[in-house]
Write a protein that binds this ligand. Sequence first.
Ligand code: PLP
Length: 436
Amino acid sequence: MAKTGFQGARQEDWTPDALVQGGGNVWRPFTQMATEAPPLPVAATHGVRIRLEDGRELIDGMASWWTACHGYNHPHITGAIAGQLEIMPHVMFGGLCHEAATTLARRLARMLPGDLDHVFFCDSGSVAVEIALKMAIQFWINHGVRGRTKFAAFRHGYHGDTMGAMAVSDTEDGMHQVFAGALAENFILDLPRTKAELAAFDSFLGRNRDVLAGVIMEPLVQAAGGMKFHDADTLAAIFAACRRHDVLFLADEVATGFGRTGSMFGCDQAGIAPDILCLSKALTGGTIGLGATVANARVYDAFLGDDLGRALMHGPTFMANPLACAAANASLDLFEAEPRLQEVKAIEARLADALAPCRGIEAVRDVRALGAIGVIELTKMRDLEWLRRRFVELGVWLRPFGDMVYVMPAFTIGADDLGRITDAMVQVVGEWSRRG
Ligand code: PLP
């Protein structure tokens, strides 16, 4: 019997053969099931360690898709979930509410910039983005304005895998190309950085404001679309242009929220308060799926009235799940009690230092670090499987993709563990370059 004790669990489900195509019943994410190497069966996680079923331990540099900011199994979070489990694992949110959610909403409103005071919960980042897009479109409809249904978004942007989120992501270069003809048509623009580009962006908004519901972007870091950084001035200038032309500004902080870029939210560094802001990933410290779309007073007020037709008609079954809200409250406790942002600053300095030697490697286009994000951009990607395997052989968990080898660890990672990861990055990228 497998150690889970699940009914129907079988030891043979854990053999590599069972996990490749034709073997198991699991269809894996972003995976060519016909050819890709089988996944590594994980027995347990702890701190910044992933323990495999075969006994090997990997030092984790991914924080499980950038969520586990306090490391795995933090006792304060697991304790909060266990406590909540005893009381109420779930209850529907239509017509009912509970303390875990109301407390969390109040805390988020207090820590977010400006008057982002109205929190709509859901269960993932993609859905948080879908809700943000719906809010923006209906905002204009509720004001009696017709035709403002499109969005401007940016090349290299990534906002999730659902249809609306894909339609504001970079469909040409990104991972959603295949759906290009099936998605809502929006404006996908080069991110304006120079004075001239910003002026062109400003006049673009002026020309198109009658069809634009909003502009959506990832503050400071375009993450899954290539780990591209931009500075706070660029973010502030894009925001200012939206204000000038009365186009709603939607900040997708699913990846950047909760300290990843060195401030609690990316928007903080630009001193801006968006109209709508999306959260997920590290919201629960990486324990349970939870998303939130937060609106300012102007957006929220547009939905008020005595007509249900003005209301936001959205309500995911598991929205505001009490276990997830308890986990998120516990995660916020840790941000208050422990020096997470200082830890991120220290990680940034270590990453900048430790990855610098890669600048001399022929196959490397760029090396950069911001907050707890370290990136080695390669001139082209080949042998992705080789790269991934090599890191596991060296005892670290990294998952290069696109043209990048990158690290986004837990903020609690120690200098030694981070050093082992960055040493492996420098070594493997060097080996990879020499392979030609
Ligand atoms: N938005 C951003 C900026 C993201 O990085 C992601 C996921 O990587 C998403 C949205 C989608 O989140 P989820 O995978 O939880 O649906």
